[in-house]
Design a binder for this molecule. Sequence first.
Ligand code: HSE
Length: 425
Amino acid sequence: MKVNVAMLGMGNVATGVYKTILQNKDIILHRDNVEFNIVKILVKSLDKERDPAIPSEILTDDINEIINSDSIYLVVELMGNINPTLEYVSALLEKGISVVSANKDMISQHWPHLEACAKEGGSGLYYEASVGGGIPIIKTFLDSLQSNKIKKLCAIINGTTNYILTKMTDDAVPFETALNVAQEKGLAEPDPTSDVEGYDAKYKLSILASLAFHSKIPVSKIYCEGITGILPQDIQYGKNFGYIIKLLAIGKREGNDIEVRVHPAFIPERHPLASVRDAYNAIFIEGDAVGQLMLYGQGAGASPTASAIISDMIVASQTAIHKYTTFENVDVPSSQITFIDNWTCEFYIRLIVTDEPGVLSKVAAIFAKHSISLESVVQKSIGHSEVPIIFITHRAKEKDVKNALSEMKASGAIIDIASLIRVER
Ligand code: HSE
């Protein structure tokens, strides 16, 4: 079966898709009886120098040549961003042209609209590459875990921050130094905001949690905190407690209570996610039937992302009646769902106090007043009167911990709250 395809965008990943299709043409034809014929590629500039494998005669800078074509069945969107991508993809879907996209920003924030356009046009919307690069996590939720109630997902879905945190852990360097190395290696963008502030992981979690919990999880309901405030001394202190730091995307569901959050967290060094180093991604899932499951792989890069894109292209080409999400894909989730913002976990807290009698008892009394039980307390002697004390709590409520710390600060019992890092198990 010959399938006419257009591509939107011709950057690094798109070039990877083009070349992988050429390179693995025979296996795709032999296994799946599909032959992709790339007939148009939308680019911003026709004059830009490109990989010689890309034929210049199929380049266009006019989207209408693709939208108005009667022979194009499938479009691969790799332009990124929301404007004008959303407008183009909406028009294609409404016209009945299926779209394969890696655009997590667009899918997570405009999914209900895009799905409505696809239903209207009878086209398909495929997004395996939007989360976890080459890791087949979307298909795992859609096609393999249907019989499970997913209780929890805990994921490392941003390679840039995982690389930075690995570097800070191994070399005991500050955030800025590790970020510079990531930028030099081309792992971090020149403007790293979306990655280091956790926004990229938040968009991806919105997609994953919606599939996992079978309910639309809007981006706006996800608590988000990035890694810019992580200090190398806390990573080293954490090591002494047997912890490794990661930027986690966490989703939990109990009945109709859902908690979704992205933030740095310590995890025990024996946790399966602790071994996920450098720019790798992994998604750890707990289902009531399957138990614990972890998928690990490359979350970005031309080749791994091409693997996911081409898989979607094959499915889209072989599907006569496209499937849509089976949950209610609406901007405002059902009123039966409660989003929990006062979650429970353990906490690592580093306070700066004056090294004098009675300080510890004052601090301990405030923790006790807020129902926070302590697992361990370590004072680090640094040779002067202001010293750090590190507390690891037992499981406690987020708001109780925040209130206790505010009270300590206001009462003058402590000099400063140096760090607060959640501990997940
Ligand atoms: N910037 C992302 C990451 C890759 O660092 O994981 C694309 O989603």
